[in-house]
Design a protein around this ligand. Structure first.
Ligand code: PGA
Length: 251
């Protein structure tokens, strides 16, 4: 059965001390009031080793926001999937639109990253989504289908280990959220592509998260849609009251 997941993406926010304080506060809040879904926080690399031991792993999973497309070696400044896993982290966001657009991550590079993440037992949270001009030209389905090429070379077994996040780029950090109907339509389309490729059972078991200006006030309506299995949360993951408000949409 597919899981409902609320995952936070801290992006390049919070220094180490602030990150530890945020993780502790969230951990306490969720121990006091247990979530009805899986909860994940994806933090900057340098936070991982400090954050994993302070959260209750039965309640909060920890992930990175990226990893290298190479195993190891002379790649100054890069952090490998193996290094991420060695901190105790269990997840890694891959293919975020900010990585694709600012750091030139292509379908091929992302395919390598996904494989390395899986080889190191990390769960990739693989992001796809169109930019505003593509949505206006009604090309969103084509765009996400092309982006899925990075993960459609996986075996059915490996595909079953990943989480997808549909994030329309025009909704990320803009305050413009996709309507629940827009999210449902494209999530259902994504699931139909998975069914075509891997069969209905794999498609039914795949968690597809929505991301883009998700907040406590709109999460319930979005998550109520049958093909929306939770959210990938940016800005609202930086404050425990907001993030918990979104987690509580599953109550
Ligand atoms: P946002 O970001 O919630 O701040 O729009 C979502 C994301 O980029 O994952």
């Amino acid at each position: 059965m597919r899981k409902n997941i609320v995952a936070g993406n801290w992006k390049m926010n919070k220094n180490l001390q602030e990150g530890i304080a945020l993780a502790k506060e969230l951990n306490e809040a969720l121990i006091a009031d247990k979530p009805n879904c899986d909860v994940v926080i994806c933090t900057p690399f340098i936070h991982l080793a400090s954050v994993t031991p302070i959260v209750d792993s039965a309640i909060i999973g920890v992930g990175a926001e990226n990893c290298a497309d190479k195993v190891s070696g002379a790649y100054t400044g890069e952090v490998s999937a193996e290094m991420v896993a060695s901190t105790g982290a269990q997840y890694v966001i891959l293919g975020h639109s900010e990585r694709r657009s600012y750091y030139g991550e292509t379908v091929e590079i992302l395919e390598e990253k996904v494989k390395l993440a899986l080889a190191n037992n990390l769960t990739p949270i693989f992001c796809i989504g169109e930019v505003l001009e593509e949505r206006q030209a009604e090309k969103q389905n084509e765009v996400v289908a092309a982006q899925l090429a990075s993960v459609f070379t996986l075996s059915a077994e490996d595909f079953g280990k990943i989480v997808l996040a549909y994030e329309p780029v025009w909704a990320i950090g803009t305050g413009l959220t996709a309507t629940p109907e827009q999210a449902q339509d494209i999530h259902a389309y994504i699931r139909s592509l998975i069914a075509e490729k891997y069969g209905q059972e794999v498609a039914d078991n795949c968690s597809i998260l929505y991301g883009g200006s998700c907040k406590p006030s709109n999460a319930k309506e979005l998550f109520a849609k049958p093909d929306v299995d939770g959210g990938l949360i940016g800005g609202a993951a930086l404050k425990v009251s907001d993030f918990k408000g979104i987690i509580d949409a599953f109550k």
